[in-house]
Design a protein around this ligand. Structure first.
Ligand code: ATR
Length: 276
């Protein structure tokens, strides 16, 4: 008896609620790949040990999620420029001789989701970004790489926003969180990267009265799919893009590297991901 030929998974703690196994499982079935994708519980402090175990067992690679994304970058032998710029890795590919290549596909996933769901949007105007955690770092990297002229960054803890701005340079301007709504003029994009609006969390309370009528609103939260912030934006007739697509698109490069097929994001996949 031998198991599937190509093995990959997602390393994190806790990991039971990760939706990545469902996502990759759908693609494995769709493309008839002789492979598997499993959740790998990795308690804090055990990342390197678990990584070596997967390599020794012949795995192709792994996704990495909270709290190990920084440890994944540190443990890698090589890293893509985007992983270095974001300072964290979410995708590892194991090469010959046990070499570990680290990538970060969150910025790619964020932009691909906007291209897919809002093809008319262009990164040619300032963007307002709420939040200064790891997700904000990927979003800001994506927007600056895409050519956004200015990022207006608002976060509850001002010092975290200032640290991010210092890392990215003068095109990132820091604002007090409570004043974000007063800085919507001229912004073509409004992004929530905080956990506000997630199921069981309070909503993001942003006054959208000053938003440009053609601005696009997007949220990285996808449970629920329509957050109170996106609902408020839609009620003002702004274009909105939900956060599920970022999860789906960030998974594409890993699947392609481990299993040898460029997977597609489509409505059938979205429907499977939205099942309870
Ligand atoms: P991630 O890596 O997923 O971005 P994180 O680093 O925990 O997660 O960041 C969560 C973000 O949500 C932060 O910007 C956080 O603000 P602080 O930096 O002030 O903690 C933001 N956030 C969480 N709860 C919040 C709340 N009740 N009000 C405002 N911002 C909140």
């Amino acid at each position: 008896m031998s198991g599937p030929r190509l093995r990959a998974g997602v390393m994190g703690w806790p990991i039971a609620h990760s939706k990545s196994p469902r996502l990759h499982g759908f693609w494995l079935r769709r493309y008839g790949v002789d492979g598997s994708y499993a959740p790998v519980p990795v308690p804090p402090g055990t990342f390197e040990q678990e990584l070596r175990r997967l390599i020794d067992e012949g795995w192709r690679g792994a996704n990495v999620t909270i709290p190990h994304k920084e440890a994944a970058l540190a443990a890698a032998d090589e890293a893509t420029p985007r992983a270095r710029a974001i300072g964290a890795a979410n995708t590892l590919v194991f090469g010959p001789g046990g070499l570990v290549l680290a990538d970060n596909t969150d910025a790619f996933g964020f932009l691909e989701n906007l291209k897919d769901r809002a093809p008319a949007w262009r990164p040619d105007r300032p963007a307002l970004v709420l939040g200064a955690g790891g997700a904000a770092r990927a979003v800001i990297h994506a927007l600056l790489e895409a050519g956004a002229p200015e990022i207006r960054l608002a976060n509850r803890t001002l010092a975290r926003a200032e640290a991010l701005a210092a890392a990215f340079g003068p095109s990132v301007r820091v604002l007090p969180f409570a004043e974000a709504g007063a800085h919507l003029g001229g912004a073509g994009l409004i992004v929530n990267t905080t956990s506000l609006g997630m199921k069981d969390a309070p909503p993001l309370d942003l006054d959208l009265a000053g938003a440009e009528p053609d601005a696009l609103a997007t949220d990285i939260v996808y449970t629920p799919l329509v957050t109170p912030f996106l609902a408020a934006a839609a009620a003002r007739d702004l274009a909105v893009v939900d956060g599920l697509g970022m999860l789906l698109h960030q998974a594409r490069p890993g699947f392609a590297a481990w299993f040898g097929v460029e997977p597609e994001v489509d409505d059938a996949l979205r429907a499977v991901m939205l099942e309870p």
